[in-house]
Design a protein around this ligand. Structure first.
Ligand code: GTP
Ligand code: MG
Length: 197
């Protein structure tokens, strides 16, 4: 499935402009700057379709990308970005929350966590919501190139332990670096198994 050409499909600022839920979807969520857009590029080996940025808060709409005729990869706007105006920030968060808790065809949410910084209150909020709405999600530790492997392992263990009581989480957690390419193949393989494409 990841050999297909990635094509921009739709962008939405409000739920009424979501495309019809005809395809299976895998979404990428997480704090601003955690590496969502970069991961989409690495997974598909296609650079230039999904835009990335050094400036946090870059992705401000929910962006839908078609990968072949049956799957859509969905780049969600990051949360926890302090510089955006309060009302703008709330609107994004509400949009993301509505998407992950109600979207038909949504097969999996990859919740990206920066390996260096770990889980923050906003991440826990989203996890609680996905548990309540029974949305299947998995944790992906990102930017593993920025800290020592032993610290990545420690972080991973700590997160897996804290999520043990949760029901909708898919374990094991995955660890990736879009920069070095580490873990990208394993994640691709795991995602390929989610649905029939
Ligand atoms: P928003 O759209 O603002 O929510 O951000 P995002 O989560 O889409 O992050 P994006 O992919 O745009 O990456 C943010 C910054 O982190 C960019 O400067 C990337 O080059 C950098 N980055 C992404 N992945 C990695 C990684 O694996 N390692 C390192 N060292 N940097 C990374
Ligand atoms: Mg982005």
């Amino acid at each position: 499935i990841f050999r297909n050409k990635l094509e921009f499909f739709a962008a939405a600022k409000v739920s009424s402009s979501f495309p019809a839920p005809d395809l299976q979807e895998i979404a990428f969520a997480g704090r601003s700057n955690v590496g969502k857009s970069s991961l989409l590029n690495s997974l598909t080996r296609q650079w230039g379709v999904v835009r990335t940025s050094d400036k946090p808060g870059h992705t401000q709409t929910i962006n839908f990308f078609k990968l072949g005729s049956k799957l859509c990869l969905v780049d969600l706007p990051g949360y926890g970005f302090a510089y955006a105006k309060e009302e703008v920030k709330d609107a994004w968060e509400e949009l993301v929350k509505e998407y992950v808790s109600t979207r038909e065809g949504l097969k999996r949410v990859c919740l990206l966590i920066d390996a260096k910084w770990g889980m923050k209150p906003r991440d826990h909020e989203l996890i609680d919501l996905m548990e309540r709405s029974q949305t299947r999600y998995q944790i992906v530790l990102t930017k593993t190139d920025t800290i020592f492997p032993i610290d990545v392992a420690r972080r991973a263990m700590q997160i897996e332990e804290s999520l043990k009581p949760n029901k909708s989480v898919v374990q094991p957690l995955m660890m990736v670096s879009s920069k070095s390419g580490a873990g990208i193949r394993s994640l691709r393989t795991a995602l390929t198994k989610i649905a029939r494409f």
